[in-house]
Design a protein around this ligand. Structure first.
Ligand code: SAH
Ligand code: SF4
Length: 358
């Protein structure tokens, strides 16, 4: 029998499939809170039902194919899927553990987990290794959520420890909106991973019509826009999708997007040497984001083999940031987390595949 993956279902779907309905809550707790690896371990489920479940459902959509650890503590995972295809996810410790003077714990390490939504990507951005390798398929909801579950398990992160999720790995989440929406719901379930939508960020290359759809779903998630350029000519060159959805359409979609009053839309700006790192661009960016509750995240372009672009000079990025800050635009520079472990997504996969072919 062709088994379906139990992780693909929301709790309400499971309660339709498995009777009595309260079993869904129990199964969720076993999977997402107690981290079991089989139906057999679900002690409060009757033995006969456990056997039926094992007949009907699969449990492990992912296997760890490789891990690379960086000096700054970030850890990149390459997962292989049931059909042998691979995707990446990264565990990023954002704030270190802190102690009071008497040695007791003041604050746990804060983690962000960066996950993939597709194998490859259709959007084909010129600077992105994932985009260059083309599109293979969408991830299922369970393949998306399992990245977080596996990383929590592998790092002994207790079930009740908060993590943040960013859909910034491989793929365009809004090109797989149905499954991403389901993943957001599964993540948020209080009987499961219990990750509030306010701690989940969807990053998009700017599919304006999908941003509108996502807004109408009113999931309460955070939005990040990969802007990278302030004029359509350059943006088209970097991101061919700009021909279909230009900057103006993206800005309009963002203006209509429901945002939590305490939150901001993040605009990601990949800084590329001599292309978009000048003050003129910073000036245009300030104008463009006028009236939007936003923050800008400057990202150093991370070169990869065969890439036609170059890493910007740190002083220029700093100057760019200072201009934005001076004009009342919140702006951070993304730390080069995991640079020594092939930082931008797609690079571990690329290296691993090349090594395997050697
Ligand atoms: N498809 C979505 C989410 C995944 S890409 C999007 O584009 O927003 C996540 C981020 O990685 C994007 O902001 C993208 O611009 C960035 N990225 C891709 N290639 C990169 C590279 N070589 N160096 C630095 N960042 C890169
Ligand atoms: Fe796809 Fe995002 Fe890479 Fe562009 S940057 S090719 S949208 S994954």
């Amino acid at each position: 029998m062709n088994k379906t993956n139990i992780l693909d279902y929301t709790k309400s779907e499971l309660s339709e499939l498995i009777k009595p309905a309260f079993r869904a809550k129990q199964i969720y707790e076993w999977i997402y809170k107690k981290y079991v690896n089989s139906f057999e371990e679900m002690q409060n489920i009757p033995k006969s039902l456990r056997a039926d479940l094992a007949e009907a459902y699969d449990f492990h959509p992912l296997q760890i194919a490789a891990i690379e650890e960086s000096a700054d503590g970030s850890k990149k995972y390459l997962f292989s899927l049931k059909d042998g295809k691979t995707v990446e996810a990264v565990l990023l410790p954002m704030k270190k553990e802190q102690h009071h003077e008497d040695g007791t714990l003041a604050q746990h390490t804060r983690y962000t987990i960066c996950i993939s939504s597709q194998v490859g990507c259709k959007i084909g951005c010129a600077f992105c290794l994932t985009g260059k390798s083309g599109f293979l398929r969408n991830l299922t909801p369970g393949e998306i959520t399992s990245q977080v579950l596996m990383i929590k398990k592998d790092n002994n992160i207790a079930e009740n420890r908060r993590v943040n999720i960013v859909f910034m790995g491989m793929g365009e989440p809004l090109d797989n909106l149905t499954n991403v929406k389901k993943a957001v719901t599964i993540f948020a379930d209080p009987d499961g991973l219990s990750i509030s939508p306010r701690r989940q960020t969807i990053s998009t290359s700017g599919l304006s019509s999908q941003i509108k759809k996502l807004g109408e779903m009113d999931l309460g998630i955070l939005l990040a826009i990969s802007l990278h350029a302030v004029d359509d000519v350059l943006r088209e060159q970097l991101m061919p999708i700009n021909k279909a959805y230009n900057i103006e359409s993206i800005i309009n979609a963002v203006k209509n997007f429901p945002i939590d009053a305490r939150k901001r839309v993040m605009f990601e700006y990949l800084v590329i040497k001599d292309l978009n790192d000048d003050i003129q661009s910073a000036k245009k960016l300030v104008k463009l984001l006028n009236g939007i509750k936003s923050k800008v995240n400057l990202i150093f372009f991370n070169p990869h083999e065969g890439s036609e672009f170059q890493r910007p000079e740190p002083q220029k990025v700093k100057r760019f940031q200072e201009y934005l800050l001076a004009h009342n635009l919140l702006c951070t520079i993304r730390e080069s987390k995991g640079l020594d472990i092939s930082a931008a997504c797609g690079q571990l996969k690329d290296r691993k595949e090349k090594n395997e072919h050697c």
